[in-house]
Write a protein that binds this ligand. Structure first.
Ligand SMILES: C[S@@+](CC[C@H](N)C(=O)[O-])C[C@H]1O[C@@H](n2cnc3c(N)ncnc32)[C@H](O)[C@@H]1O
Length: 304
């Protein structure tokens, strides 16, 4: 498929290049913000699974750049943005980068160290495993990433803070919803307009972090395992019978972003100049600096 063809079929891909975003995912975070105002009062953020960095760019432009341009306008608190990914990322103004696996305790410790003495107001996680196409498997691996993210959340997020995480909708969506509800009184599953309808992805928008009374971070997994068991934890949404039958639990699900705006499942004609169709496709803003396929290409080059 040619670059122009992709520009035509994916308006958000084209707009991302025009607006200087490293990935079309930037629009997902921006559209979630339009609906939920997630950056209000936010100074300290963790961006989990951040490469190639479009969400970090949004955080930098929304939080770091304004404070850099007019340092006296705020409350004097310097924004702190910590981004983590398995892959290395090209630098972004005001973003501290950590290369590591979020399911690894050592990575979590490095992140926590950056927040030494202070807490995060917001944790975002756009993590996605390499999708296999086997939905149950993909959903399971995705849920493990969210639980790893939740572990970091319980260590760094301040009470009242927010957590945004990519989820894959599937048979365990109700379980995940009820697990998140243990820590956040308000949990909404949101589908930004820039996320394709054909994709099973959505985003859990979790507000007002309130861990259970007496909660100890070490007990996280034990507590999560209890969700759905007959003697387990329950609240008004997640009663003990929610696992039986279809859709026992009501999950708030919301489409977000300007609904009259661009539709990610539609093709849009390319802009043409008055003299004719002289459309020039832009190059990606930041090609990956260490793509996984690079090693494969190098190995191939050395074949006899
Ligand atoms: C959809 S991309 C994130 C896009 C990013 N939010 C942006 O706007 O550029 C998913 C990322 O998750 C990362 N990832 C997957 N599993 C991870 C793990 N266990 N630890 C850290 N990063 C992980 C991948 O390396 C990949 O860069």
């Amino acid at each position: 498929m040619g670059k122009a063809s992709k520009d035509k079929r994916d308006i958000y891909y084209r707009k991302a290049k025009e607006q200087g975003w490293r990935a079309r995912s930037a629009f997902k975070l921006l559209q979630i913000d339009e609906e939920f105002n997630i950056f209000q009062g936010v100074k300290h953020v963790v961006d989990l699974c951040a490469a190639p960095g479009s969400w970090s760019q949004v955080l930098s432009r929304k939080l770091y750049m304004p404070s850099k341009l007019s340092p006296d306008s705020g409350d004097g608190v310097v924004p702190l943005i910590v981004a983590i990914d398995l892959q290395p990322m090209a630098p972004i103004d005001g973003v501290i980068q950590v290369q590591g696996d979020i399911t690894n305790a050592q990575t979590a410790e490095v992140v926590i160290k950056h927040f030494d003495g202070c807490k995060a107001d917001l944790v975002v996680c756009d993590g996605a495993p390499d999708v296999t196409g086997l939905h149950d498997m993909d959903e399971f691996v995705q849920s493990q990433l969210i639980l790893a993210a939740l572990t970091i959340v319980t260590h760094v997020l301040r009470v009242g803070g927010k957590f945004i995480a990519k989820i894959f909708r599937g048979k365990d969506t109700s379980l995940l919803y009820c697990q998140l509800k243990l820590f956040f009184p308000i949990v909404t599953f949101a589908k930004p307009k820039s996320s394709r309808n054909s994709s099973i992805e959505a985003f859990a928008v979790c507000e007002n972090y309130s861990p259970p009374e007496g909660f100890n971070e070490k007990d996280l997994y034990r507590l999560l395992e209890k969700v759905g068991s007959p003697s387990g934890v329950s609240d008004s949404d997640c009663s003990s019978g929610w696992l039986e039958g279809a859709n026992k639990v009501y999950i708030p699900f919301l489409a977000c972003g300007d609904l009259s705006g661009y539709d990610s499942d539609r093709s849009y004609p390319l802009p043409c100049s008055a003299e004719g169709p002289s459309y020039q496709s832009l190059d990606p803003v930041q090609p990956p600096i260490a793509p996984p396929y690079k090693t494969a290409l190098e190995l191939k080059k050395n074949l006899p």
